[in-house]
Design a protein around this ligand. Structure first.
Ligand code: ATP
Length: 359
């Protein structure tokens, strides 16, 4: 297992990109360190560059600029074989005519591991993945999730890999089995302590699997943090929108004489001291931190939707939509209401970035 360090990485699919033209690069100056044994998720919308980054780490692509190190060793130009990465793809990569055992043994046999060592290792992995009962059946008879379990097992079976990378591995799995495999993967990480990198555009998958989630947008890493950090302190309004359901409310605000105003009414924001000058900015406050109050911001309730344990109340205030959550047992108001924002969870953003946050 290895610590992975990425320094000033840039990537363009053009043969001769113009370094001054940022639009020609699908990844724009990434620098990040991933610790040995960590569980990471790369989360972002389609086209933001997740697969490109994964292929740069595994060595299927060589970056246009920048350096990649495994445990301090420069691997920027190393081949996939030299990097020793296991990769699990969207669609199961298995041999239908072989048994489950032989599929799991394949990566070990390929590297000349003796049969005496292979048997216990394959049985251990099969047991972790609940494949023991079908170990000597042909893989062709298995369901899609059974086949994808074999793919996961092939990624896990070698103990000498630098990292295991998963590229949207639950895409072909039935929705009701997804959570089972997701928790299985989390358990496997806890048992094996391998460095795992999990690529997905699904926030639930990322937040349940990873200790650290790396949010990407438009070829950049916007924030890396624990699920709680991403929820409580989004470094960018994009993270606020992308994580959470519904996402963070983002509203125009004004700072005058060091005080924050929304729609002419003074409010308190957690980081207002970070701004050195007056001006127009944005505030971000999640629906979880907006409450109904006796006095406060005037708003009109326009829609109520049921979301299981709570309801989502959509209001309009000063021409902006503000959403809040109400518990099932609280009566839903209609018409005009007053709203309050929790000052500890109301943040100011400047050009999309959290004011005062370390870069
Ligand atoms: P998805 O979830 O849809 O796979 P992604 O976040 O993994 O998206 P990438 O597949 O890395 O994103 O794509 C990033 C950008 O690079 C996209 O604009 C895509 O069109 C472009 N791209 C990807 N592969 C190539 C290629 N081989 N040649 C040219 N452009 C490419």
């Amino acid at each position: 297992m290895a610590k992975i360090s990425i320094e000033n990485l840039r990537h363009s699919y053009l043969p001769f990109p113009d370094p001054a033209r940022e639009d020609q690069y699908v990844l724009k100056k990434l620098s990040i360190d991933w610790q040995d044994g960590g569980a990471y998720a790369l989360l972002g919308p389609s086209g933001c560059g997740k697969t490109t980054l994964l292929n740069l780490i595994s060595g299927l692509l060589i970056p246009t600029e920048g350096t990649m190190k495994f445990d301090g060793r420069d691997v920027t130009r190393a081949t996939p074989e030299q990097r020793n990465i296991a990769q699990v793809f969207q669609f199961p990569v298995i041999y239908d005519t072989m048994t489950v055992f032989d599929n799991l043994a394949f990566p070990l046999r390929n590297r000349g591991v003796s049969e005496a060592e292979i048997a216990p290792r394959v049985k251990e992995i099969a047991e972790m993945l609940d494949l023991s009962r079908t170990l000597y059946n042909r893989a062709s008879g298995l369901t899609a999730d059974g086949k994808q379990k074999i793919s996961l097992g092939r990624g896990l079976v070698r103990s000498d890999v630098a990292a295991i990378m998963f590229d949207e591995p639950l895409t072909v799995i039935d929705p009701h089995l997804k959570w089972q495999l997701r928790s299985k993967l989390k358990e496997l990480h806890q048992r094996t302590k391998r460095t795992m990198i999990y690529v997905t555009h699904d926030q639930t998958e990322a937040l349940t699997f990873a200790d650290q989630v790396v949010v990407m947008n438009n070829g950049e890493i916007v924030q890396q943090g624990t699920p709680v950090e991403l929820f409580e302190r989004p470094h960018h309004t994009f993270v606020g929108h992308f994580i959470g359901s519904p996402g963070m409310n983002v509203l125009p605000c004004e700072i005058k004489g060091g005080k924050t105003f929304y729609a002419g009414q003074m409010i308190k924001a957690q980081n207002e001291k970070a701004l050195k000058a007056d001006g127009k900015f944005e505030i971000g406050v999640r629906p979880e931190f907006v409450t109904l109050a006796k006095t406060g911001i005037a708003a009109d309730v326009v829609k109520v939707s049921d979301a299981g344990r709570f309801r989502i109340i959509e209001t309009i205030s000063g021409g902006n939509t503000i959403r809040l959550l109400l518990a099932e047992d609280v009566s839903v108001p209609s018409g005009q209401v007053k709203l309050a924002f929790d000052p500890e969870h109301t943040q100011i953003y400047q050009n999309g970035w959290l004011a005062g946050a370390a870069a």
